[in-house]
Design a binder for this molecule. Structure first.
Ligand code: NDP
Length: 497
């Protein structure tokens, strides 16, 4: 673990040479139009770089490059053991570039440097080694068809795959798609969010250095309605895998329907219910973990436990603990290793998040603490950790994804009402139940309509478990061996004997 000071990180940020360009066919590429857009740090409003403002002409070039690479087999036809060696080397290079990648991520989207180092970069490297390790253990099948035929069921790469990702965990969300796609032999085009292009570019450079052939991992930078749409509508992309808002996820289904019916995978929003019951032995512990999980990453998480559903009898104690924990999340300098809450991704998002404070008040909820912008003199985008109390589930702060450091507390009379409230949402991503009663834990976790249920914990995490949601939280799963299936076609080959 690197133990660096705030001064060290500021000096490193000052002297850092930021490379901002697309990567197409293994080459650093500017937009054909010559246009760029500014990458601005939410830490202090500093101008970090000019990033190519690509458009559909650049997307065409990236797709052509990825298609050529796929068809000539420079990656897709390599033996699994060879692809494995490259992905393992890639993971090593990420580990060796830990400080650089963490600093870029923090400067670009505002999360605390300690989290970038210990969570993001570590998880990204682990993701490539996990799929590197896995890929030469994937077997094809011989179907039990009887003696007159020999029928093989083989897994073949989809072909050219695009990944469109958000800004909250820029490298990690990209890697959850890029790693399994590469593992199965696809060529990839990655479109990072406009707020966070920098680590995507660096990742693709490291991939080249590790031996991923030119044209197999391309990065196109630019805006969603241009580059993202062009990828979604492209007739020569075989699969598109997206993480982001539910609204944009719906656009991608529409793009696929209007173009070539490319395969679509969606990891979308959430409004995760987190139920603390009086049958849990340690209310204070449950409330502490809940607050930590909600305020981690400035609350900019699809799995944020933003609906805290508590039984009436423990409500007051929960509120007191949340208020105590909030003191440890006072927003600070993201380059200070002691900071636990950094900057929100940009000024526009900050305005949107703060808008929910007025909405909460208008709808009759109480703002117990927080709800204000802070550290304004820095020129950055900081919001205090915020608690809304006396929330009812029909309020917008209980139904809509805020994606900021805000917890809505909803009181219920018993576990039946808790389940009703939990499931009364268009989303179904993560959820939690706190209880010491084994039977209640089983019953409630089976009744909650969500892709992830945590019992007596929140945000337990490992590459081995699938990640994704029910309902409007998405289609398909990232992570685990199950994710490999998204990046292959199954082919049945019949041979008459
Ligand atoms: P978006 O869903 O708008 O953006 C995610 C990605 O999609 C970005 O790369 C974006 O590009 C791209 N995109 C945006 N519009 C289009 C479009 N019309 N066609 C194709 N691609 C598009 O998320 P935002 O970053 O704008 O955040 C808005 C809200 O979405 C958040 O407040 C939060 O509620 C939710 N969200 C959920 C996430 C999750 O993990 N589930 C992650 C991020 C956001 P670009 O940014 O360059 O425009």
């Amino acid at each position: 673990m690197t133990q660096q000071t705030t001064a060290h990180w500021h000096a490193a940020a000052k002297s850092m040479k930021i490379r901002a360009h697309g990567i197409i066919g293994g080459k650093s590429t500017q937009a054909q139009s010559g246009k760029t857009f500014a990458s601005v740090s939410p830490i202090d409003g500093a101008h970090l770089a000019e990033v190519p403002l690509m458009d559909s002409a650049d997307v065409d070039m990236a797709v052509a490059s990825a298609r050529t690479a796929f068809e000539d087999g420079r990656w897709s036809h390599q033996p699994p053991a060879a692809r494995k060696a490259v992905l393992m080397r890639f993971a090593e290079l990420i580990r060796e570039s830990r400080d650089e990648l963490a600093l870029l991520e923090t400067l670009d989207m505002g999360k605390p440097i300690a989290d970038s180092l210990s969570i993001d970069v570590r998880a990204v490297a682990n993701c490539y080694s996990y799929y590197g390790e896995a890929l030469d253990k994937v077997y094809d099948e011989v179907a039990p068809t009887g003696k007159d035929f020999f029928a093989m069921v083989t897994k073949e790469p989809l072909g050219v795959v695009a990944a469109v990702v958000p800004w909250n965990f820029p490298m990690l969300m990209a890697s959850w798609k890029v790693a399994p796609a590469l593992a199965m032999g696809n060529s990839v085009i990655l479109k990072p969010a406009e707020q966070s292009s920098l680590t995507a570019i660096r990742l693709a450079e490291l991939a080249l250095e590790a031996g991923v052939p030119e044209g197999v991992f391309n990065v196109v930078t630019g805006l969603g309605p241009d580059v993202g749409r062009a990828l979604g509508m492209h007739m020569d992309i075989d699969g598109l895998f997206f993480t982001g808002s539910t609204q944009v996820g719906k656009y991608f289904m529409e793009y696929a329907a209007k173009s070539n019916l490319k395969k679509i995978g969606l990891e979308l929003g959430g409004k995760s219910p987190n139920i603390i019951l009086s049958s849990y032995r340690d209310t204070a512990h449950a409330a502490r973990v809940s607050a930590n999980s909600a305020w981690f990453n400035q609350g900019e998480m699809c799995t944020c436990p933003s609906r805290l559903i508590v039984e009436d009898s423990i409500h007051d104690e929960v509120i007191e603990v949340l208020k105590d924990v909030a003191k440890t999340y006072a927003p600070g300098d993201p380059l200070d290793p002691a900071t636990s809450m950094g900057a929100l991704v940009d000024a526009r998002h900050t305005q949107r998040v703060l808008g929910f404070v007025d909405i909460a008040r208008e709808e009759g909820a109480d703002v117990v603490i927080g709800g204000r912008k802070t550290r304004e003199k820095t020129g950055g985008s900081y919001v205090e950790p915020t608690i809304f109390d006396n929330v009812t589930n029909d309020m917008r702060v209980a139904q809509e994804e805020i994606f900021g450091p805000m917890i809505s507390v909803i009181s219920v009379k018993d576990q039946d009402e808790a389940i009703k409230v939990a499931n009364d949402s268009p989303y179904g991503l993560a959820s939690a139940v706190w209880t010491d009663d084994l039977s209640t834990a089983h019953k409630m976790s089976s009744k909650i309509r969500a892709g992830m249920v945590y019992v007596n914990c929140y945000d337990a995490d490992d590459m081995t478990t699938p990640f994704g949601g029910y309902k409007q939280s998405g289609i398909g799963r990232d992570k685990s061996l199950h994710a490999l299936d998204k990046y292959v076609e199954l082919k049945a080959t019949w041979i008459k004997l």
